[in-house]
Design a protein around this ligand. Structure first.
Ligand SMILES: [Zn+2]
Length: 123
């Protein structure tokens, strides 16, 4: 999704369904998107779904948490995930736990996530 939207930003939530025990990617409804901004409406969730990770992309910019991200995240309790350098074969990634204004960086995004995002050459 992030690669397809590049160089514009986009976003989605990873949600967990307590009934079906399944994860789902729920894209946000984009109101406006730019190369350094994203305005969106929260995705509609089905009964039994909980937001686990709030994801957004940074287009050509690297993954990091901007002052805008800090402002957006300071009243929420969630994991926040950013993917950047979206045209790169291996995009950059950053994640943190947000707990009502306390931000705790996740030191290392799982290597399997980089492997999953790696651009594979067409055969
Ligand atoms: Zn951001």
């Amino acid at each position: 999704m992030a690669r397809a939207a590049h160089p514009l930003e986009t976003g989605a939530w990873i949600v967990w369904n307590v009934e079906t025990k399944q994860f789902r990617l729920a894209p946000v409804r984009v109101l406006s998107q730019g190369t350094g901004s994203l305005k969106y409406e929260r995705p509609e969730l089905f009964a039994g779904e909980l937001r686990v990770i709030d994801c957004h992309s940074h287009g050509t910019h690297p993954a990091f948490f901007s002052s805008t991200d800090d402002e957006d995240d300071r009243h929420e309790t969630k994991f926040a995930f950013v993917v950047g350098n979206c045209a790169s074969s291996v995009p950059s990634m950053a994640m943190r736990l947000c707990a009502k204004g306390i931000f705790e960086d996740v030191e290392r995004v799982p290597s399997s996530w980089y492997a999953a995002a790696k651009l594979t050459e067409a055969a």
